[in-house]
Structures are given as structure tokens and as C-alpha cells.
Write a protein that binds this ligand. Structure first.
Ligand code: AMP
Ligand code: ZN
Ligand code: FE
Ligand code: FE
Length: 273
């Protein structure tokens, strides 16, 4: 059972390239038995994905990923949340508005570099949450880059020419937003964060888990984070971080969670069917 769960993926409601229902259909084809959609700063894909999961006969739960402003790649996953929470909706509105400001500043920088791009061209790429991947897609459509990877490397990542630091909430604020919706939290893809993360303060601020099992983690990294989970008493989550075709993150499922870890989280996921 554990190996058939994928607790981390994205749709067009944030920076994925497929509609929520299509993500579910591909999950079914990939042999995933339990899917959690974790769009960035949005739960708007929940109802569509839930209904398709019912048609496809796979289990489904609501999730979210909140990108913090603490540093690039410090993202907080939320599970077991009520998608109708008014407090969460109000917080997410604020986080998405800050993303729009950031994208505006990135576009200004690109224009200063002589690359003509408008915020409208970037917004055309997304249906809900804007981010750097949408800038990358707009650059690709213009023929400036061949894919998202090149756009990040040349313009968007830390140290690149059009980089603007993230403007998201702190980890504590992200954790609070998720808890206000009745949920619990997991630190996303810790192995992809440049500097070594000190979990202690975040655990004190209410962090509940860590995504030790992640597609891009090496075996030793997974081991290291499983040990950290034990040391701090954290739950363990895992997922693919699928984003869809043309994103560089194109495989659903296939990330195994140890059975004992899976049984600790299963009942906390608020599986809707
Ligand atoms: P943002 O939320 O605007 O800071 O953009 C971060 C998001 O961009 C991450 O959540 C990933 O989905 C995506 N991303 C980061 N680096 C890359 C890359 N090199 N290639 C493709 N997507 C990336
Ligand atoms: Zn993403
Ligand atoms: Fe992430
Ligand atoms: Fe993600």
C-alpha cells in the first residue's frame, strides 16, 4: 500500500501544466492508489480532483504546499486540511498577492536586461497561483529559452540576473495557516535546500513532519532525514513533486514510504474516499 501513495504533486492551479482531473487520471495510470494534490498556495483544485478520483477509483485527500520567504526551497506541505477553511483562504489570498508582486519585480528585471516581457504574458500561463515557473513558460513561448530548467539557470534562480528573493510567509506563519484549517505540516524536500536546515526551531514552532522520501533525494539523504525524523519525533511523508509535461518534474508515483511510517500518517490524511 505504502508504495502506491503519492503525497506531493501539482496541477495548473499553481505551477503544474495539467488540470487537476488530468493529474488524477495520470496517477491512476501510474498505479498510484492514494493521491494528495499539493498545489502551491491554493486548494482550488480540490473538488475537481476529488470528483475525478471517485470516477477513477483511487483514494484522494486535500493538501497544500506553501513556499516560505525564509529562503529559496523552504516549502511547507500541509495535510489533513479542511479545503473550505475561511481562515486558510484568507491567508492564501495574501500569500498569492505577494507572489504577484514578486513576479512583477522579476518582470521589471527582465525588461532591464532587454528581454521584453509583460506581466499579462506571465499571468496567461496560470489559472491561480503565479510563480517563477510561469515566467519561465512565458520566456519559452517567446523563444528566449528552451525549457524551465534553462530559464531558472539563466534568469530566475539564486545568483541569476533576474533573481528576486521569495516574499512568502515565515515557516511559523505557514504552519499556523495550515493548522488553522485543522491540518498538520511537513517540511518539503529538505535535501534540495542549499544550506543545512536546523529543524529544532521549526519543530518548536509546530512543524509535525518531514518529507524524507522524495524523488530527487539520494539514498543517503533519505536515510539522513529518516534519522532526523526519529530524533525530532517527526512524522515522515513522501512524494514525487510531479508538475506535468514540460516542467522537468514529469513522473508520478514511485516514491516508497516505509510501511511503519505510512501507517502513522494514513489516518491523519482525511482521505475523502
Ligand atoms: P517560486 O514559487 O516562484 O519561488 O518558484 C519555485 C518553484 O519553481 C518550485 O516550487 C518548483 O516547482 C519550480 N522550480 C524550481 N526550480 C526549478 C527548475 N530548475 N526547473 C523547473 N522548475 C523549477
Ligand atoms: Zn511547483
Ligand atoms: Fe516545493
Ligand atoms: Fe512541490
Amino acid at each position: 500500500m505504502a508504495r502506491h501513495a503519492d503525497l506531493h504533486c501539482h496541477s495548473r492551479r499553481s505551477d503544474g501544466t495539467l488540470e487537476p482531473a488530468e493529474v488524477v487520471r495520470r496517477a491512476k495510470k501510474a498505479g498510484v492508489g492514494l493521491l494528495v494534490l499539493t498545489d502551491h498556495d491554493s486548494v482550488s483544485g480540490f473538488a475537481e480532483a476529488r470528483d475525478e478520483a471517485a470516477r477513477q477509483g483511487i483514494s484522494f485527500a486535500c493538501g497544500i504546499e506553501i513556499n516560505t520567504g525564509e529562503a529559496d526551497g523552504i516549502h511547507v506541505l500541509g495535510y489533513g486540511i479542511d479545503p473550505d477553511s475561511a481562515v486558510l483562504a484568507e491567508r492564501l489570498d495574501v500569500f498569492r498577492a505577494r507572489r504577484q508582486s514578486r513576479v512583477g519585480r522579476i518582470v521589471e528585471r527582465l525588461n532591464a536586461l532587454g528581454i521584453g516581457l509583460t506581466i499579462a504574458e506571465v499571468r496567461g500561463e496560470s489559472t491561480e497561483t503565479l510563480g517563477r515557473p510561469h515566467v519561465a513558460d512565458a520566456l519559452r513561448r517567446k523563444g528566449v529559452v528552451k525549457d524551465r530548467g534553462e530559464a531558472f539557470k539563466r534568469f530566475l534562480s539564486h545568483d541569476a540576473d533576474a533573481y528576486v528573493p521569495p516574499m512568502g510567509p515565515t515557516v511559523a506563519e505557514a504552519v499556523a495557516a495550515i493548522k488553522a484549517a485543522g491540518g498538520w505540516t511537513s517540511l518539503a524536500h529538505p535535501g534540495t535546500v542549499k544550506k543545512d536546515v536546523d529543524l529544532g526551531p521549526w519543530v518548536e514552532q509546530g512543524l509535525d513532519g518531514i518529507e524524507a522520501c522524495y524523488r530527487a533525494h539520494t539514498g543517503p539523504q533519505t536515510q539522513r532525514f529518516l534519522e532526523a525524523a526519529k530524533r525530532y519525533g517527526l512524522l515522515v511523508t513522501g512524494g514525487s513533486d510531479f508538475h506535468g509535461p514540460n516542467t522537468g518534474r514529469e513522473t508520478l508515483g514511485g516514491v516508497e514510504l516505509p510501511d511503519d511510517q505510512y501507517s502513522r500518517i494514513h489516518d491523519r490524511l482525511r482521505i475523502v474516499r
